[in-house]
Design a protein around this ligand. Structure first.
Ligand code: SAM
Length: 282
């Protein structure tokens, strides 16, 4: 068995992460790597300065899994909807350089302070840029930072857009949560992908984190529609769709009862999952 593994390992040069053949099992154990497509996580990781204060932020386990599988130490990560900075806090914890883009200036100020408070044992660079991720000017800022560090590509792209209008993040019309329709949302999202796709190194991963939505009594498969926008660029192939449970945010007992009743009466199921989609750049 070991011989077969060794042969595979040699054949498939490992340029994606720091895993070495002789200690791959320890690596998987030490880094808590999940290898199947159903992520049932009991609770939100509470290490470092991670906080649940920002409504709509993702759990730190998501950028953790993406970074340990798909980047090496000191490589570069770009998050185009960085919100409260979860990705950048994780970058500092794992020793990756990170750039985040966020539209809302007050969030940038708050998140930048939070990220600054995180210890930086690997001495990596992190920065949040204020801007619209669809705009050429914002991209120029990202390129400028990379250039200052002698780089022109990133090795991981993370996108956690609003789930259309489920949470409104601002009143800014450039905010994807203010898109007037699903079609408009998908168009705006595609603009973000088109803006940054060429900054991702070939064979590296784009990680899309997204949930579905409900409108006028109909389940809208927003996750798949958004994923399709990436595939439509013809620059990526789909490698995995992970279904992840939503960790304990259902609110008070009364609300839980109300939702259960509405679901029963309305003929639908209550959202308990979202998607983490892994796409590889061609
Ligand atoms: C789902 S949240 C991301 C949360 C983030 N993963 C975290 O852990 O905090 C989406 C974020 O995208 C931002 N946003 C919306 N439209 C944007 C745009 N056009 N450019 C950049 N950021 C945008 C929102 O303000 C919001 O903070």
């Amino acid at each position: 068995m070991n011989k077969i593994l060794k042969k595979w390992f040699k054949k498939e040069a490992n340029n994606l992460n720091d895993i070495e053949f002789k200690n791959w099992k320890e690596y998987v154990r030490e880094k808590d790597i999940i290898l199947d497509s159903l992520w049932v996580l009991p609770e939100r990781e509470k290490t470092g300065v991670h906080t649940r204060e920002y409504w709509g932020n993702f759990i730190p386990q998501i950028p953790h899994q993406a970074m340990v599988r798909f980047t090496k130490e000191k490589e570069w990560v770009l998050d185009t909807f960085v919100g409260s900075g979860t990705t950048l806090i994780k970058c500092k914890q794992l020793g990756r350089n990170g750039i985040g883009v966020e539209l809302v200036p007050s969030i940038v100020t708050w998140a930048s302070k939070l990220v600054d408070q995180q210890e930086n044992p690997y001495n990596v660079f992190t920065k949040i840029i204020t801007g619209d991720s669809r705009s050429e000017d914002t991209k120029k800022e990202v390129v400028k930072i990379l250039k200052q560090h002698g780089k022109d590509k990133v090795q991981l792209l993370i996108m956690h857009p609003p789930y259309h209008n489920i949470i409104k993040f601002s009143n800014d019309p450039r905010d994807l949560s203010n898109a007037s329709s699903i079609d408009e949302f998908l168009k705006m999202f595609r603009e973000v992908v088109d803006n940054y796709a060429d900054l991702l190194e070939k064979k590296r991963f784009l990680v899309l984190v997204i949930g579905d939505t409900y409108s006028k009594g109909e389940w809208i498969p927003l996750g798949f529609l958004t994923m399709q926008q990436i595939l439509n660029t013809k620059q990526f192939i789909l490698k995995s769709i992970v279904v992840k449970n939503i960790v304990g945010n259902r609110g008070k007992f009364n609300q839980e009862e109300l939702w259960n009743y509405r679901a029963l009466k309305g003929g639908f199921y209550i959202f308990r999952h979202e998607y983490v989609m892994f796409l590889q750049k061609l």
